[in-house]
Write a protein that binds this ligand. Sequence first.
Ligand code: 0X9
Ligand code: ZN
Length: 428
Amino acid sequence: MAKWIFVLCVLRLSEIVCGEISQNYDNHTLVRLYPENMKQLEVIEHMVLGLEVLKYTRGLNDSTDVLVPGDQMRSIQEMVEKAHLKYDAKEHYGRLFDNVNRVAKRRSGGFSVYEYHSYNAIRDHIEFLAKKYPDLITLQTLGNSFQGRRMKLVKISSNPNASNPIIFVDAGIHGREWVAPAMALYLIERLVSDPSARSELAGLDWYILPVVNPDGYEYSRTSKANRLWRKTRSKPSGYDCFGVDGNRNYDYKWAVSGVSKNPCDGETYAGPKPFSEIETQMVRNVMLENQKRLKLYVSLHSYGNYLVYPWGYTGEILPKEWRRLDTLAKNVARAIYGAGGDHLTVMSAGKWYPAAGGSDDYAFGVVGVPYSYTMELTKGYEFIFPERLLKEVLPQYYIGFRVFANQIKKEFSNRREKSCLDDDSSCQ
Ligand code: 0X9
Ligand code: ZN
């Protein structure tokens, strides 16, 4: 029997038996629920059990976004009406995925940071940049993803021997959050090619890993059915399901909240043990190898326009340093808003919703990185942020990174580098 199930799963003939129910979401409705009081919050909590929740509300004045299959729409509607819940809905949700990009784009104009790309194209581009800017970029091979995709850390420094404080930015731990790798690539491009970004480089080193989960990213590009894939693509022994939620896999208060223990759960399976995933191990290694110099960690995600800090595993307590985490985040949010961007909600991750095993908590709680954040980019399009809008939003978020950089410089840059900032001529 087990053998037949295995054959079915390998041939992908029965996704129900294999524990992964493939959907193209054409018959799903995205329902956004807007709770206005605590009672309605409770109703929502029960209502969404067993449904695919794309985003939780951070309390009142926010929305819980949930995907409802066609055959459950009626009962959900009844519950919504009974509770007098405000909501809006997008029918035939999967039709929005029509632009899923199966084939590599062929174009003559080279790589545009305002487009979504295949992982191979991203890797090629990074290698191209490293050759073009050898004085600024060093690539460090971290290893291979579960499916064998080579992962490279982009190190940007105008003075690699200065032992500068490091800002470490990663993106794309969740496959479907395409705007996050796009932001990381924009950050790289801007830091190396914009002369005015020299000030972001003076006295600081930037380490950027644009796609933490390349297997999940590529899987989300393969078909409409997989566009909402979040996890890695590893294969736990004894189960015919794939993947672990990388952002539940870090070893700080692992699995104490907001996780699933079921490998067939499509969203928040924490893995069989902490750091079961080769991809999270690689991020951990970067953090530990650079522990002393690492002063800011930002993990890029989507969506909702939040900038959240530890703790993520609980909403009950805050770290004693929460005020400085909060102040810097608010300054970043203000700068993004001032640049014409959206308002970002600043709070502790656990007050939004408790979820343990996140990279932000690990960076802060184990590695001792003084500033650690998760940044949820964009709003209004869920995970399907339109490519045509990248040109507008990526530069706005960049202004936030400028604020991050200035703070880290102010607090941690060594004296010589600092004086370079005050008087450029002394740095030659
Ligand atoms: O749940 C997550 O992993 C993040 N949100 S997402 O929609 N991109 O999946 C938020 C993580 C916040 N940090 C922690 N809970 N530690
Ligand atoms: Zn995410």
